[in-house]
Write a protein that binds this ligand. Structure first.
Ligand code: GAR
Length: 205
């Protein structure tokens, strides 16, 4: 299965995918290209270090041409799955429609909590602590035209500690949840084990 990985920042989720492909923990999956929303993303270095082609497709620079440019690039690559791994922007409607149920995203909270527009990066963790929730975690879901709304594929939790800061909670969720369930979801899809029925995900045994 060929995948494109979209990134915006540090790229720890990208690194987890790269490492698990290299170790053989993820099988029959190849990253065709890493696509960054900006040229400052450290994830680009991670792609280079792993010998994976990378490209910047910037919504700010492309404006109205962003959606068509993204779609053309994906069609050109011929990828089976698009992985948003720390992608802090939003794909255009044509791209989302053309790749329906073939785009997945990792969100650093338990959807439907602490998600939606503006809830990215450190903010879901700040909101979780402000609410006093006792568990938080991460969600992998299919992408539709609204933020963090498509069918949920996998979720994983951690307990919130009394002395957590947004940063300590973020780190624990990245390591214990995101870097576990995103590679796992990719493998399940590569193995043909995920189906969407009535807008809900079913995992085949
Ligand atoms: C991750 O925590 C990811 O879940 C989050 O941004 C971080 C990127 O880290 N994504 C979102 O908030 C999307 N709404 P990374 O670049 O090191 O993988």
């Amino acid at each position: 299965m060929k995948i494109a990985v979209f990134v915006s920042g540090g790229g720890t989720n990208l690194q987890a995918i790269i490492d698990k492909i290299q170790s053989g923990e993820i099988k029959n999956v190849e990253i065709s290209e890493v696509i960054a929303s900006n040229d400052k993303a450290y994830a680009i270095e991670r792609a280079k270090n792993a010998g994976i082609p990378s490209k910047v497709i910037s919504k700010r620079e492309l404006g109205d041409a962003y959606d068509d440019t993204t779609l053309q690039e994906l069609d050109h690559l011929g990828v089976d799955l698009v992985v948003l791994a720390g992608f802090l922007s939003m794909l255009g409607p044509k791209t989302v429609a053309a790749y329906a149920n073939r785009i997945i995203n990792i969100h650093p909270a338990l959807i439907p909590a602490f998600c939606g527009k503006g809830m990215y990066g450190i903010r879901p963790h700040e909101a979780a602590l402000a609410k006093g929730v006792k568990v938080s975690g991460a969600t992998v879901h299919f992408v539709n035209e609204n933020y963090d709304e498509g069918p949920i594929i996998l979720q994983k939790t951690v307990e919130v500690q009394q002395d957590d800061t947004p940063e300590t909670l973020q780190k624990r969720i990245m390591v214990e949840c995101e870097q576990v369930i995103l590679p796992k979801a990719i493998q399940l899809i590569a193995d043909g084990k995920i189906e969407v029925v009535n807008n809900l995900v079913r995992v085949k045994p």
